[in-house]
Design a protein around this ligand. Structure first.
Ligand SMILES: [Zn+2]
Length: 611
């Protein structure tokens, strides 16, 4: 009996979905109205009395609530004769349409996020831009929604655009007209997974074996071009491809770069968002080429490694992503942490950075991780990442998360005499699962053990699913690496995040903090805690020009004359002395002094690709 009901229900669901062939959306970039883009959705044969149209509250890869429905205006639903149907807005992202059986068309206007001050908290690579006639950043989830229960229905998306603007995307355009692009997509997820950027074309492409990489650049003030990024990007991605081996299944990879003017009316969240065949990158336009190249190398390498995880190794929470009632996976340590680790590891393995740079990058991450709450297990933080107190620890996925990746890599290298590393483990997971086959969130650690990594399982259970302190010394020692304290040149007024001066809010003056006398360079001048700075070498300083002060202090050389006028206990005094360069003690990672035949040397070389 129960079987009959099941078959009946199946037939019913098949017949319901068979009626709606596809959802036709048209986006009009030629008729922008007051900075808003008109969108029309055509649909018919809805079987229910009412239906909800939903715009995402959250999208994959962002791990934060964005409420894209906030940017939708003038939502209307019509029947075949053009009569308005009753619509109720249920929440920020949901419109309930009555008399849905006669629904044929929905229209609304979409406002963009880049020109909203603060962008409503939306990270710019996941945001939208509408600059009529010049640039459109179409993260389609900001423009196109889905009918509740019909997210697996195919979409035809037609975009009408000015002929001089080219739409860069990994999607194939099924329309030959220079003013119309047509994208035929299998389901709503694919709509959300393919950003498109329209602008005056500045594109290039190159091949990585069988992958075609396309780069599109929008630089409003023509400060940068795609061409200046060609050589370094190609070199970097060739190295990534070499590092990954034959794992990547992508045929096309589209890099969309939006360069922002970095003011209130433009994007201010820098970084990128990953997709299966693309990444949307936002960086400041006012940057020299060398810096832009380094940012692109760091950002794009991270995003491209996401094609491994989460894109081809992920849990059901990601495979069946709910855009409005999201369930988060426990495994951000892998999706973001291991990805970030790979983005650094491949650079040392493929010779883009040296060993010392790599150690320093990892030490910075370890150091930065101390700013976050270490008593929350990573799996718990990940599962609840949308709410506090977990949310405020999110950035730690790039810091401690990467160190977790490094520890696992070292554990595997140690157990296999250097032959295998964490990349091999990810490849095995990717072979077992893959782009369309998720694992069960609770079963990942067991799967890792079953693949032949019991020690990794122990590590994950103790230090990722539990909040025990990772024994870094013990783990790093397996590859002959240890912590060492070294003396380094320090700053006169600030070291890292530690300032030696602060501001008096009443008169904007600068004065030395109590521990400033511990700074060797300041001590040599004879300063005392609380001394208020009037002038240094006859230039007056206050909070208004504190950056100039820090800048000029970097040019000082040992033995230079210095004259400082300070106010101490209400009295102005002049201190004449010579510059002594301050030093600070910092902890670094370095190689242990090992005899040449120590097996750890071989393991370390295998780990860093230096055999
Ligand atoms: Zn990422």
């Amino acid at each position: 009996m129960s079987r009959c009901i099941f078959v009946f229900a199946l037939l019913l669901s098949l017949s319901a979905s068979a009626q709606i062939k596809n959802i036709q959306v048209s986006i009009d970039l030629k008729n922008v109205v007051e900075d808003k883009v008109p969108v029309t959705v055509n649909v018919d044969k809805i079987k229910s009395e009412t239906i909800n149209y939903m715009i995402p509250k959250i999208v994959p890869g962002t791990y934060a609530i964005y409420d894209f429905g906030k940017h939708i205006d003038a939502f209307r639903a019509f029947d075949k004769k053009g009569n308005l149907l009753p619509v109720t807005k249920l929440d920020e992202n949901t419109w309930k349409i009555e008399k849905a059986k006669s629904l044929t068309k929905i229209t609304y206007l979409v406002n963009d996020t880049y020109d909203i001050d603060g962008e409503n908290g939306i990270f710019s690579p996941g945001g939208t831009n509408i600059l009529a006639g010049q640039n459109f950043v179409l993260n389609l989830f900001g423009f196109v929604g889905y009918f509740e229960g019909l997210s697996e229905t195919p979409y035809d998306i037609t975009i009408n655009h000015p002929a001089d603007l080219y739409g860069s995307t990994a999607l194939e355009d099924a329309d030959n007209s220079p003013e119309v692009d047509l994208f035929k997509l299998d389901r709503y997820f694919t709509v959300t997974d393919n950003p498109i950027q329209y602008n005056t074309p500045d594109t290039l492409s190159f091949k990585l074996n069988d992958i075609k990489v396309e780069l599109s650049v929008y630089s409003k003030n023509k400060i940068h071009t795609a061409e200046e990024l060609r050589v370094p990007m190609e070199k970097m991605m060739q190295a990534q491809k070499k590092f990954l081996g034959d794992i990547n299944s992508t045929k096309i990879y589209s890099i969309l770069l939006y360069l922002s003017e970095a003011n209130e009316g433009d994007a201010q969240g820098y970084g990128a968002l990953e997709h299966h065949n693309a990444t949307m990158v936002v960086l400041p336009e006012e940057t020299d080429t060398e810096r832009l190249v380094q940012d692109m190398v760091d950002v794009v390498s991270h995003e491209f490694f996401h094609t491994l995880t989460p894109l081809s190794v992920h849990s059901e929470e990601i495979q069946f992503f709910d855009f409005n009632k999201p369930k988060m996976s426990q495994h951000l340590w892998m999706y973001e942490g291991v990805t970030e680790y790979f983005a650094n590891l491949f650079q040392v393995r493929e010779g883009l950075i040296n060993q010392e740079d790599f150690y320093n990058r990892m030490m910075d991450k370890l150091y930065n991780s101390l700013n976050y709450n270490d008593s929350i297990p990573f799996t718990e933080m990940s599962k609840h990442i949308l709410v506090e107190p977990y949310k405020e620890n999110y950035q730690n996925v790039y810091e401690k998360g990467a160190i977790i990746g490094m520890c696992i890599d070292i554990i595997i290298r140690d157990k296999t005499a250097g032959k295998e590393g964490i990349l091999d483990m990810l490849k095995k997971l990717s072979a077992k699962y893959g782009v369309s086959k998720p694992f069960k969130d609770d079963e990942l650690f067991g799967e890792i053990v079953a693949l032949g990594y019991p020690e990794v399982g122990d590590f994950l259970n103790n230090y990722v699913a539990d909040s025990k302190t990772i024994p870094y010394m013990e783990i790093f020692d397996k590859v002959g690496v240890t912590f060492a304290n070294i003396e380094k040149e320090g700053g006169f007024f600030i070291d890292g995040n530690v300032p030696y001066i602060t501001v008096n809010q009443d008169d904007q003056s600068l004065f030395f903090v109590p521990y400033a006398t511990e700074n060797k360079g300041l001590k040599a001048w004879g300063i005392e805690a609380g001394d208020v700075i009037k002038t240094i070498n006859r230039t007056a300083y206050s909070i208004a020009n504190v950056y100039d002060l820090v800048e000029v202090s970097r040019t000082w050389k040992a033995g230079d004359d210095i004259t400082l006028v300070v106010v101490r206990n209400g009295e102005e005094i002049t201190l004449n002395s010579k510059i002594v360069i301050p030093t600070i003690e910092v902890t670094v990672l370095e190689n242990e002094d090992l005899p040449a035949d120590d097996p750890r040397i071989k393991i370390q070389k295998a780990w860093l690709g230096q055999e």
